[in-house]
Each structure stands twice: as C-alpha cells, then as structure tokens.
Design a protein around this ligand. Structure first.
Ligand SMILES: Cc1cc2nc3c(=O)[nH]c(=O)nc-3n(C[C@H](O)[C@H](O)[C@H](O)COP(=O)(O)O)c2cc1C
Length: 252
C-alpha cells in the first residue's frame, strides 16, 4: 500500500512493516537482513539485527547498552555538542558504549518526498547517502542523544534534515522507533528558552517522538552564545550528566 495525501496515522509509518523479513542496504549497496523467527530475533549480515537481545535472552547476561549521539550543530566543539558530550559521560559512567555522529561532516540530502520508504516491501530510503549507515546505527542503539543549537527560533537545518530522513526508519525495522529512549540537548543565544525559539524545537521533538511512540527520557537546554560558554552553567552541565545516567538505566 502506498501512503497518499498526507502523513500516515500514528503507528503506521511503514505499512509494509508487517513483513517478517526486513531488509536494508548499507552505503556500498550491501544487503542487510533482519528476520523475525519464532524463537526470537535472528540477524544476518555484518552488524545486523538486535544481537544484544538474542545474547541476553540466551545467556541471561546484561549486554552493554549502546548510545548513539547525533550532533546537529556545525560547531563540533560548540555548546550543544558539549552538552551532548556531558550526557554521554553520564551514560558511560553507567557502563554504556557511546558512538557519536557529527551530521555537518556527512553527506545527507534532504528528504525528496518520493514516499519510497512508505511503500509495501520498501527497500528503505531511496537516497543512497550517509543516512543509510546511520539508519542501521539508529536501529542498533538502545538510546539516542540528539543535540542541536537554536537557529532561527527552532532546531538547526542539519538536525531538521536528519529528522525528516528518519521518516524512512520504519522501512528498515518496523519497531525502530517504538520505546526508543531519547535525550535532547539544546543551546541558544537568547537568555530565555521561550523568546529564543528553543521551545519550538522542544515541541517539535515532543510531537515527533510522541507520534513514533518513542520515549523522551529528558531534555536539557541552556543559554550560551560563544562556543564553550555553556560550560560555565554548572547546573545544566550536571543535569546533562544525570540525564545520561538515566538514559541507560533501568529496563530498556
Ligand atoms: C544562523 C544562526 C541562527 C541563530 N538563531 C538563534 C535564535 O533564533 N535564537 C537564539 O536564541 N539563538 C540563536 N543563535 C545562537 C545559537 O543558538 C547559540 O550560539 C548556540 O549556543 C549555538 O550552539 P552551538 O555552539 O552548538 O552551535 C543563532 C546562531 C546562528 C549561527
């Protein structure tokens, strides 16, 4: 079924997703396969599937939680990246593994609205760029950290393009979003989160991840203009560390 004339209803991002076998291609066009089997999740292909779950269920051991950090500022060492790094430190202190993706340096085109990702038996996003690799990392991670500066009263363009491209994530795995634990970090030059426009981005994340039935574990945000300035806000830095711990704690 092709979704026409608007946004799919909640929980129906990829109608084809009832299929038992889900496929994905990496950036070299290599096929990755995720297969639901009666005994649990099976994974084929390098790094594919939730092998962590399988190991846990078979051996009763706790696997290291995986956190994927998405940096949406063009400043690699800017304020939002510093906050995200503090969240990562908190997660690491709770024994999680962390990987960071800096969007600015990646080849990621905007969504072109072809709806290929929403078709029955979709092979995923039709744009073959760095998002193909990122889709798989998003699926494998137990939790995401999304960091963005406020640009023109909302999130940065880099972050928004990434969010739009996540429309295709359900084509790689039907439950890719469901229950995913998410932390958001934002910084802005204004003093006030309302007049800065931070609140607009916060609302967008709330609406988007509410729609996908993901779990926003927490959001940290603070005022800072020049790169590095956020470090002097000790309260928000501490809040970020605590959020990192919370992100990977408990049953996931
Ligand atoms: C193009 C641009 C637009 C901006 N727009 C806003 C804005 O609308 N509201 C605001 O409070 N700050 C705005 N700022 C300031 C940044 O949000 C602020 O410096 C932030 O801490 C930058 O985070 P970063 O270091 O992670 O890039 C803007 C900065 C730039 C470069």
């Amino acid at each position: 079924m092709v979704v026409r004339g608007g946004f799919p209803a909640r929980g129906k991002i990829a109608p084809h997703a009832a299929a038992r076998v889900e496929i994905a291609f990496d950036r070299r066009g290599v096929l990755w396969k995720h297969q639901d089997s009666p005994g649990g999740k099976e994974a084929c292909g390098r790094g594919a599937g939730r092998y962590g779950e399988r190991m846990k269920s078979q051996k009763g051991i706790a696997m290291k939680k995986k956190v994927l950090v998405i940096l949406g500022s063009p400043r690699r060492k800017g304020n939002s990246a510093i906050l995200a790094d503090r969240i990562a430190q908190g997660a690491k202190s709770a024994k999680a593994g962390v990987e960071t993706i800096f969007l600015q340096g990646r080849k990621i085109a905007p969504c072109k609205s072809c709806y290929a990702c929403q078709k029955e038996n979709s092979k995923g996003c039709s744009i073959r760029d760095d998002m193909q690799e990122i889709y798989l990392k998003l699926i494998e991670a137990d939790a995401w950290v999304i960091a963005s500066p406020v640009y023109w009263f909302t999130m940065s363009a880099q972050t928004k393009i990434f969010m739009d491209r996540c429309f295709a994530l359900g084509a790689y795995r039907k439950d890719a979003f469901k229950g995913k634990r998410i932390a958001v970090a934002m910084t802005y030059g204004d003093r006030d989160p309302m007049s800065s426009g931070c609140v607009n981005a916060v609302r967008t994340f709330q609406d988007a991840f509410g729609y996908t039935e993901s779990q926003i574990v927490g959001m940290v945000y603070g005022s800072a203009l020049d790169a590095g300035e956020i470090r002097s806000n000790e309260a928000v830095m501490e809040e970020a560390f605590d959020l990192g711990k919370k992100l990977v704690s408990g049953d996931m």
